[in-house]
Design a binder for this molecule. Structure first.
Ligand code: PGA
Length: 256
């Protein structure tokens, strides 16, 4: 099955409103040349979603939230709901990024509720998993990421699977300049796909996109994206400039 790759730009807590709108316009303007070969998604800070949505216009670049609440509405100071993200133009949300799992202590049980509410409300989900350096050194990489998939997708049915994507992001590779080698990443991606095959079915496992994230740059994108089970990238630092983000997207598109 041919999977159209997906390249996401996770802007984290960077940029100001003007910078976010300008970056979104630059990306959208150039996205036409790779249309059909790769899908693009950008994940700006929540306050800039509407501005970025306007800047994207009808370019086909997807807009996403960096996180979503596990509650539909109510007295939850600082949280943002699925319907709010949709109101601002989002079609997708990140869930379980390592800066929330490890930085803020979010556990699979909470993430499973977020996944469920996001899907029920009409968003696609890009679920992030990844092991720490300690877990890798102890030989627990596979147990960790497969445990995270099982826990976070606990309430996800076969029918939901067409709206779920995964990102494998080794924690030790995020923002460190250190990236998993292609063979190292590929074996984890293959293990994740095989877990999805036994948990759901071969068809949805073959369809789902599994992105790699962690210090992806234009210089290392092509070799990572050439791997059989790597279907795109979730990019942090290098997504803050249109040119480097688009270079990664072009390197990804070229593999098809
Ligand atoms: P990085 O971040 O590309 O800066 O390593 C990736 C991510 O956190 O999604």
């Amino acid at each position: 099955m041919t999977r159209i790759p997906l390249v996401g730009g996770n802007w984290k807590m960077h940029l100001d409103g003007q910078g976010a709108a300008a970056l979104a316009s630059d990306i959208s303007r150039s996205s036409g040349s790779i249309e059909g070969e790769v899908e693009l998604a950008i994940f700006p800070p929540h306050p800039y979603l509407s501005m970025v949505s306007a800047a994207i216009g009808g370019s086909g670049v997807h807009l996403g939230g960096q996180d979503v609440s596990d509650e539909p509405s109510g007295a939850f100071t600082g949280q943002v709901s699925t319907s709010m993200l949709i109101d601002c133009g989002c079609s997708i949300t990140l869930i379980g990024h390592s800066e929330r799992r490890h930085g803020l202590g979010e556990q699979d049980e909470l993430l499973a509720r977020k996944v469920r509410i996001a899907l029920d409300g009409g968003l696609r989900v890009l679920l992030c998993v990844g092991e720490t350096l300690e877990e890798r050194d102890q030989g627990r990489t596979f147990d960790t990421v497969i445990g995270q998939v099982r826990g976070s997708l606990d309430a996800v049915t076969l029918d939901d699977m067409s709206r779920v994507e995964l990102a494998y992001e080794p924690v030790w590779a995020i923002g460190t300049g250190r990236t998993a080698g292609p063979a190292e990443a590929q074996e984890v991606h293959a293990a994740l796909r095989s877990e999805l095959c036994s948990r759901y079915d071969a068809r949805s496992a073959a369809r789902i996109r599994i992105l790699y994230g962690g210090s992806v740059k234009p210089a290392n994108a092509a070799e990572l994206m050439a791997c059989e089970d790597i279907d795109g990238a979730l990019v942090g630092g290098a997504s803050l400039q249109a040119e480097s983000f688009l270079d990664i997207a072009r390197a990804t598109a070229r593999r098809e």
